[in-house]
Design a protein around this ligand. Structure first.
Ligand SMILES: *Cc1c(COP(=O)(O)O)cnc(C)c1O
Length: 357
């Protein structure tokens, strides 16, 4: 039996995509072999790779002067790749700190660049500092921010306007709604939240930012080198790339990102309304900046956390444990989580409160 999986990542994939993968797994469209066994330079895999990029470009309406890279190393690899590629030695880079993932990006960037924290939400990281208060450097090579803090559940529902090229870690929000890519210098995302299986990392980068990498930049992290070889400078994560391509096609069949935004808004609203209407559950995030993708919540009786997760699991609602650093609960509502999953969660929460509240 399939459960409703609220994991923050690796996360739920569309069942339709998994079924398609199963059908094609052993013998991909008459090739006599699995995608996993194909040469990445053969015409079959190249067609899979090109279709995935074309579908992604269509979904996000990516302008022609942006490159799309299919890399490895996760978002964490990009924490280093961004300063190595975009900041000359000694250059200043601006970062906005809105929580756990911002902090990790900042810590890694400090190894390579002079990091200026232009804005810091401060503990307990439940809000976004108003953009008027951001203290941006005059000469920053870029400004980095985290549009959705996967652990804290804080999301930007706007794109900040800054002078420096805007760099965004979109790991847990990419493809959840339409996006104006032209406002960004660079977007990156680990695949395992809203794109596909772990092992693939997407980078969307404006062409004029290419070719500035420091000489010591590892070749596999060098955007210009990777762009030149169509992300096939070395063996790419072929199977993850293929499955991501199937997810892109699924998104197109759903009506694209405008349709996903409507669904995601409705799913999040249903859960936040249930939390706010109860005296038993609470979410600490500033209502203006609550994430559509990751909803942390706590119980009025934290001693029941474990029991909540156990009973939820028995009801087919799994991976609701909060991040180990914050405790409580967290429900991740990525694209592939159907509305029925959120409805089932809300019904379960009401019943749990009735019994134990
Ligand atoms: C999951 C996550 C990461 C880390 O991704 P890896 O692929 O594990 O390196 C970084 N940033 C955000 C916002 C995330 O959600």
């Amino acid at each position: 039996m399939r459960v409703f999986n609220f994991s923050a990542g690796p996360a739920v994939l569309p069942e339709e995509v998994l079924q398609q993968v199963r059908e094609e797994l052993v013998d991909w469209r008459g090739a006599g072999m699995s995608v996993m066994e194909m040469s990445h330079r053969g015409k079959r895999f190249v067609s899979i790779a090109e279709a995935a990029e074309a579908d992604l470009r269509e979904l996000l309406d990516i302008p022609a002067h942006y490159k799309v890279l299919f890399l490895q190393g996760g978002a964490t690899g990009q924490f280093a790749a961004v300063p190595l590629n975009l900041a000359a030695p000694g250059a200043t880079v601006d970062y906005v700190n809105t929580g756990a993932w911002s902090k990790k990006a900042i810590a890694e960037a400090r190894r390579y660049a002079r990091v200026h924290v232009a804005a810091d939400a401060g503990a307990p990281y439940t809000t976004i500092p108003p953009t008027e208060t951001w203290q941006c450097s005059a000469d920053a090579a870029y400004l980095h921010y985290t549009p959705n803090e996967t652990i804290g559940g804080v999301e930007f529902h706007f794109v900040p306007e800054v002078a420096a090229p805007l760099v965004a870690d979109m790991s847990s929000t990419i493809l959840s709604r339409p996006l104006d890519v032209s406002k960004f210098g660079l977007i990156y995302a680990g695949a395992q939240k809203n794109i596909g299986p772990a092992g693939l990392t997407l980078v969307i980068v404006r062409e004029d930012l290419l070719g500035r990498a420091r000489p010591e930049t590892p070749t596999v992290l060098d955007y210009a080198a990777m762009a030149k070889d169509g992300s096939m400078l070395n063996t790419p994560p072929t199977f993850a790339w293929y499955v991501a391509g199937l997810v892109f096609q699924w998104l197109k069949r759903q009506g694209g990102l405008a349709a996903m935004a409507e669904r995601n808004r409705a799913k999040a609203q249903l859960l936040y309304e249930a939390i706010d209407a109860s005296g038993f559950y609470s979410n600490p995030v500033d209502p203006a900046h609550r994430s559509w993708m990751n909803v942390p919540f706590t119980l009025a009786k934290p001693e029941l956390d474990k029991q909540f997760c156990e009973e939820a699991r028995a009801a087919g609602l799994v991976t609701l444990e909060g991040h180990r650093s914050v405790g409580g609960m967290r429900a991740s509502l990525y694209n592939a989580m159907p509305l029925e999953g959120v409805q089932a969660l809300v019904a379960f929460m009401k019943e749990f409160e009735r019994k134990h509240g």
